[in-house]
Design a protein around this ligand. Structure first.
Ligand SMILES: Cc1cc2nc3c(=O)[nH]c(=O)nc-3n(C[C@H](O)[C@H](O)[C@H](O)COP(=O)(O)OP(=O)(O)OC[C@H]3O[C@@H](n4cnc5c(N)ncnc54)[C@H](O)[C@@H]3O)c2cc1C
Length: 471
């Protein structure tokens, strides 16, 4: 992170706030008690801190004015979306100004011919999904925080979620982007073209940059034809190799009609089941591994018969141990509730969360190794393993309550170090933010880090955008 500010260059905060009030209006600049808890921390619940001020711009032009003022004053600015991030990226320090996109919301256009949706950054993912559905399309991006997270936050973190196996990450949904640079310049590139080879594809620098290179204000997202029929099954498996083989088997048969392939190890599965309304597993017996699988078909007349036949074949071939196929939307929701118990982690656990990635073939052995190492280091620890393994993404949550007095940092360091020899990634989808900064070199070479720092310096020479994050 570059920080060239000096005492002589830095303008007093009061003067900066005065300039911001003059440009944005009094009601768009909040200070002190006017700043609610929402702006103080994200879903990590990491040390809540009241920022020096909270800006609530209503337009791209106001974001540009605000950044130009802060750039001139060497004033750090932290972009804030829905505050559902799991890496601490949107948390401001007491000397930072938080810039919330919440007033910059709404879908501007659905273009049926281009199959695109033009949306403002502060729109919730769910509102964007509903606008797409109302027009007969599907927005492929989906994740548990859909009701609160914003499109700008999704793009800034390059969110993954439940459907990556089918349609890719947030990055893959973007055709055009509007970004305000640190100095207030606006890069408007809201093209709807799929092909556009005119030099650097600048949008990709901002997607996944966690608010360190620019503030995303609008986007043109790809829409997909609606998948008219969805079928959900919970499958019991012999172990990890069986899961990989089943994924290959189903992909060969259905291509990317397999919309989700979520793996749950027994510790996670049992916890998820115990938190459901019935607290009962759909299976009579316990099994070494579980897969929640969604088949999504374009054919409205698809009654799930082909999916059921594929699972029956797998059962007869000994490729799976058992299967429960949802017979209704309510059944499917009940199965998904087991997997989505993660939404309750912050309230019911003291979660130390990991979202790592490894080649698919190596995840099973990593889980065995990681569990054994955790048990040796902290006997009696409660740890939960689950993941979007079709995307090579494994989640691990260690419950701090099960290791009284444990320092979360010690757990982070312990698990991340296991990735180093495997060349794994310390973040598959949640980003680096504040929490994983010191672990970034495990996944990135010195040359890669130097290139990132050079880009940061070129686009944000005063180092005002989200300082202390990522680098
Ligand atoms: C229950 C639950 C389930 C989740 N499931 C998933 C999942 O399956 N996959 C996944 O990837 N994530 C998941 N997440 C994490 C989180 O929802 C995503 O990271 C989401 O994309 C963050 O969006 P947000 O609007 O809340 O961003 P915030 O938390 O507000 O911000 C995240 C980062 O983006 C930056 N930022 C926000 N808006 C902008 C903008 N307009 N311009 C520039 N920078 C900006 C912030 O500075 C920060 O660095 C989950 C979270 C929860 C709570």
């Amino acid at each position: 992170m570059t920080d060239n500010s000096t005492a002589s260059e830095t303008r007093p905060l009061s003067a900066t706030l005065g300039a911001l009030r003059a440009a944005l209006g009094e009601d768009s600049v909040r200070v002190g008690e006017q700043i609610g808890e929402r702006a103080m921390t994200d879903w990590t619940r990491h040390a809540p801190t009241r920022p020096a001020a909270l800006l609530l711009p209503r337009s791209t032009e106001q974001v540009a004015q605000a950044l130009a003022i802060c750039h001139a004053a060497y004033q750090p600015v932290v972009p804030q979306g829905g505050m559902t991030g799991l890496a601490g990226g949107a948390i401001a320090r007491s000397t930072d100004i938080a810039l919330s996109l919440e007033r910059l919301s709404g879908v501007e256009e659905v273009d049926a011919a281009s199959a695109t949706l033009t949306v403002r950054a502060g729109t919730t993912l769910q509102a964007a999904q509903e606008a797409a559905a109302d027009a007969g399309f599907e927005l492929a991006l989906d994740l548990g925080a859909r009701g609160s997270c914003q499109i700008g936050g999704n793009l800034a973190t390059n969110a993954g979620g439940n459907r990556v196996i089918q349609s890719g990450t947030a990055r893959d949904q973007v055709l055009g982007l509007e970004v305000v640079l640190a100095n207030g310049d606006v890069l408007t590139s809201l093209g709807k073209m799929v092909k556009n080879n005119t030099g650097y594809d600048l949008k990709h620098w901002f997607i996944g940059s966690e608010g360190t290179l620019g503030v995303i204000t609008r986007a043109v997202l790809r829409l997909h034809p609606q998948r008219a029929a969805r079928h959900t099954a919970l499958v019991a498996l012999d172990g990890y190799d069986a899961a990989v083989n089943l994924l290959r088997r189903l992909s060969t048969r259905f291509g990317n009609d397999i919309g989700a392939f979520e793996i749950m190890w027994p510790d996670f599965y049992d916890l998820g089941v115990s938190w459901t309304a019935t607290a009962r597993s759909p299976f009579a017996d316990s099994h070494p591994l579980y897969a929640l699988i969604e088949h999504a078909s374009f054919d409205a007349g698809d009654d799930g018969g082909r999916f059921t036949a594929a699972l029956t074949d797998a059962l007869e071939a000994g490729a799976i141990r058992d299967a429960v196929i949802a017979q209704s939307v309510a059944d499917a929701r009940a199965l998904w509730a087991i997997r989505e118990c993660t939404a309750e982690f912050p309230a019911r656990l003291d979660p130390v969360n990991f979202d790592v990635s490894l080649p698919i073939g190596e995840i099973g052995a990593f889980v065995d190794h990681c569990r054994a190492a955790l048990d040796q280091r902290w006997p009696g620890n409660a740890s939960y393993f689950f993941g979007h393994i079709g995307d090579s993404n494994l989640h691990v949550t260690v419950d701090g309550h099960s290791i009284p007095g444990v320092d979360h940092h010690a757990v982070y360091a312990f698990v991340y170090e296991m990735l180093r020899p495997l060349h794994g990634s310390v973040s598959a989808e949640h980003g680096i933010g504040l929490l994983k900064r010191e672990f970034l070199p495990i996944s990135r070479s010195p040359a890669e880090l130097a290139a990132m720092a050079a880009i940061k310096h070129a686009l944000d020479p005063h180092g005002i955008l989200n300082p202390g994050k990522l680098f």
